[in-house]
Design a protein around this ligand. Structure first.
Ligand SMILES: NC(=O)c1ccc[n+]([C@@H]2O[C@H](COP(=O)([O-])OP(=O)(O)OC[C@H]3O[C@@H](n4cnc5c(N)ncnc54)[C@H](O)[C@@H]3O)[C@@H](O)[C@H]2O)c1
Ligand SMILES: [Zn+2]
Length: 370
């Protein structure tokens, strides 16, 4: 897959076992790079770091590493970024040298932020190891750290030079994390025909027969997601033309659910699955989507194990009113109207709309959160 962004064109290499080719790929695509600084986390590093270091060193590259003090969201801070800068400084990293992210979306966003800012931008390589990172966060160039209460509060658009995706790394990922990542995959199936009117296949059908236990099943679905995301990024790199906003399907709900539960109840993908279910159901109620299409959504979601999340919301005591307040504070809300991405007609097609009021949404949510 090739990504075309305004600033850069870069390859996404996808394949089982592909991580073993990291040395030669870096040598090929970043020919001026002499040193690399790998950023990883304490869960991923023991699994994959040594092999990656060896492959890079075998190409004559000087390799340094930073392992974040914790795995997960807590590592996406300016303090950890500073530790990366310090190591970069210590190594004498130049702008031709590379910062390499080895891990999930947290490490990718953090390392990318460092790559974007160190000397106003070093080379940057993504080696994503979660489903979410392989289908979504490693592609598209959004990089950030959290700041105060603001998730991704400080960040940039900074495209990588190379993305190398090895689905075999998912063999060690917790089943809950896999499932949560599949929610983002399902999102692309709901967007496919709007992103690309002449999209050739029915991605939803592919997912209906996808088996999370079969490693060989991952490469094709990852590739499809990367292709679809590449089209969106090429059309709207910096989220200024409304095209990239389509990727927020399910996310207006999800961000509110995550925030209201202090990010302690839902994994991001779980909240997205719940949000996509809401989006479909709301679309049915508003006459945008035939109920049979919602049933089809639910069948595929069930097949992927993306069900049961409303009860998490109920257990957490989430209130419809508080949720809608958060949805209004979402950066896309204006004048008491919500900006929503909703499925329309048949799954695969969506509409970006401001036609619905906060009142309508409160009434809907108070019925669906039981
Ligand atoms: N930049 C973007 O466009 C974008 C898009 C979506 C999400 N994000 C960001 O991504 C982050 C979430 O990413 P995530 O879900 O990958 O979380 P993560 O990076 O925290 O990874 C989830 C957990 O899995 C572990 N892990 C990762 N790979 C593993 C492997 N192969 N085997 C075993 N364990 C492994 C990690 O240590 C962590 O504990 C959030 O910070 C979110 O803001 C960014
Ligand atoms: Zn998401």
């Amino acid at each position: 897959v090739a990504i075309t962004a305004q600033a850069k064109q870069y390859p996404i290499v996808i394949g089982q076992g592909a991580l073993a080719t990291v040395g030669s790929l870096v040598a090929q695509h970043l020919p001026k790079t002499q040193q690399v600084l790998i950023v990883s986390d304490p869960t991923v590093a023991p699994l994959y770091l040594q092999a990656v270091c060896q492959r890079l060193e075998a190409q004559g590259l000087v390799v340094g590493t930073v392992i974040t003090p914790v795995a997960g969201e807590g590592a996406k801070t300016l303090a950890v970024a500073q530790a990366v800068y310090q190591q970069a400084h210590h190594m004498g990293l130049s702008r031709q040298d590379a910062i390499v992210a080895l891990g999930g979306g947290v490490v990718g966003d953090l390392a990318g932020f460092c790559a974007a800012t160190y000397f106003r931008g070093t080379q940057f390589v993504q080696l994503p190891t979660t489903v979410l990172a392989q289908v979504d966060s490693s592609v598209g160039g959004k990089v950030a750290v959290n700041f105060e209460n603001s998730k991704n509060g400080i960040g940039a658009f900074y495209q990588p030079n190379l993305v190398l995706i090895d689905p075999d790394t998912l063999s060690t990922l917790a089943p809950r994390e896999i499932k949560a990542g599949l929610a983002e995959v399902l999102k692309y199936a709901l967007l496919q025909h709007t992103i690309s009117p002449d999209w050739p296949d029915d991605f939803l059908e592919t997912l209906a027969t996808f088996s999370p236990q079969r490693p060989a099943d991952y490469s094709p679905i990852i590739e499809t997601c990367c292709r679809l995301k590449a089209l969106v990024v090429a059309a709207d790199e910096t989220e200024s033309k409304g095209v990239r906003a389509l990727l927020n399907l399910g996310h207006t709900f999800a961000h509110a659910y995550e925030a209201i539960t202090n990010y302690a109840v839902f994994l991001h993908g779980e909240a997205v699955a719940l949000g996509m279910d809401h989006a479909c159901q709301f679309a049915v109620e508003q006459g945008l989507l035939p109920v049979a299409q919602y049933q089809r959504y639910q069948a595929v979601a069930q097949h992927l194990g993306l069900v049961g999340y409303p009860s998490l919301a109920t257990q957490a005591g989430v209130s419809a009113t508080a949720l809608v307040d958060l949805m209004l504070h979402d950066k896309k809300a204006s004048h008491g109207q919500l900006t929503l991405v909703l499925p329309q007609n048949t799954l695969g097609h969506v509409v970006l709309t401001q036609a619905y009021s906060a009142d309508a949404m409160r009434s809907f949510l108070s019925r669906v959160i039981r």
